[in-house]
Design a protein around this ligand. Structure first.
Ligand SMILES: NC(=O)c1ccc[n+]([C@@H]2O[C@H](COP(=O)([O-])OP(=O)(O)OC[C@H]3O[C@@H](n4cnc5c(N)ncnc54)[C@H](O)[C@@H]3O)[C@@H](O)[C@H]2O)c1
Length: 282
């Protein structure tokens, strides 16, 4: 789909109250699209809505939990009532859960599956049938992660959800091609957003010191959500099904394909190094 000029089109972004969702909503508005946005965080959502209005675009901003299938259907109904169309749908809302498998409670698995997997499914179920019926070209963007093809230790719950998002997207891409609707699973690497502080962490990685260390590493890396938003526009333009964003995401993508054994050696080395650092710090 051509996203050079989106005037007269409407785009949808979930989890638009912060980070990658906000940056993507603003980037789409910058190309001329009107926006339907949702989030569970009303103040973050309002800030994004105000910035979209400031760009001269129309905006529908609703408090919606993507884990709630009925609420997502209603969000789609309100979007079509307001704009009469949805050309780009970005299923972005997501949370982080970290910790070794044995330390993560089953309840957390339910929560992260409900948001990161079923939230994307609900977005697809609410909008795709309407997009097909409209018969216009469109694009569905599902935000996965580098963790969707590179499963590092301590991230089993998060990685499982992102593997699922890539699988869903690859299958959908084949199904929707005949309708002129593209599908992209976006796989960002380490992006400087509030998610690193809001993620729920268990076991050793859940200590305040480890969380602080992680937040500092993300800040030092300083790959911004605005750069991810540009990567999303590029993936739509090129109709790329699996789209790594950031150098580390590309490196992991090729390493995993070309040298999977080397990848495991590097990971084990990283784990041992981290464990030695933890012992020194305690
Ligand atoms: N930051 C990274 O390093 C990174 C890397 C790869 C992938 N991602 C993915 O990018 C997406 C956006 O993450 P971010 O880094 O911008 O995080 P963020 O915390 O800045 O933004 C996530 C937004 O989603 C909203 N949200 C959470 N649960 C929701 C729900 N149930 N319903 C509606 N909204 C909800 C939050 O309120 C927040 O505004 C996520 O899917 C995340 O997994 C992030």
């Amino acid at each position: 789909m051509d996203v050079i000029n989106l005037s007269g089109r409407a785009a949808v972004v979930t989890g638009a109250g912060s980070g990658i969702g906000r940056a993507t909503a603003l980037a789409l508005a910058g190309r001329g699209a009107d926006l339907a946005i949702c989030d569970v965080d009303e103040s973050g959502l309002k800030e994004t809505a105000d910035r979209i209005s400031g760009l001269g675009r129309r905006v529908l901003a609703l408090k919606v939990d993507v884990a709630d299938a009925a609420a997502m259907q209603e969000f789609a109904e309100r979007t079509y009532a307001e704009f009469g169309r949805a050309d780009v749908v970005v299923n972005n809302a997501g949370i982080g859960v970290g910790g070794n498998f044995v330390d993560v409670p089953i309840d957390e698995w339910n929560t992260i599956l409900d948001i990161n997997v079923k939230g994307v499914v609900h977005g697809c179920a609410a909008f795709i049938p309407r997009m097909i019926e409209a018969g216009r070209p469109g694009h569905v963007v599902n935000i996965a992660s580098m963790a969707g093809y590179f499963a590092a230790p301590g991230m089993s719950a998060y990685s499982a959800t992102k593997f699922a998002v890539i699988g869903l997207s690859e299958s959908l891409a084949g199904e929707l091609d005949e309708h002129g609707i593209g599908v992209s699973a976006i796989c960002p690497g380490i992006i400087n957003t509030p998610i690193v502080r809001s993620s729920r962490m268990y076991g050793e990685v859940g200590s305040e010191a480890m969380r602080e260390q992680g937040a500092r590493a993300f800040a030092r890396r300083n790959y911004t959500p605005e750069r991810v938003a540009q990567g999303i526009l590029k993936a739509i333009q090129r109709n790329r099904v699996v789209a790594p964003v950031s150098p580390e995401a590309w490196a992991a993508y090729w390493l995993k394909r070309l040298f999977p054994g080397l990848m495991r050696v590097v990971m084990r080395w990283g784990m041992r190094r981290q464990a030695a650092r933890n012992t020194q710090a305690s």
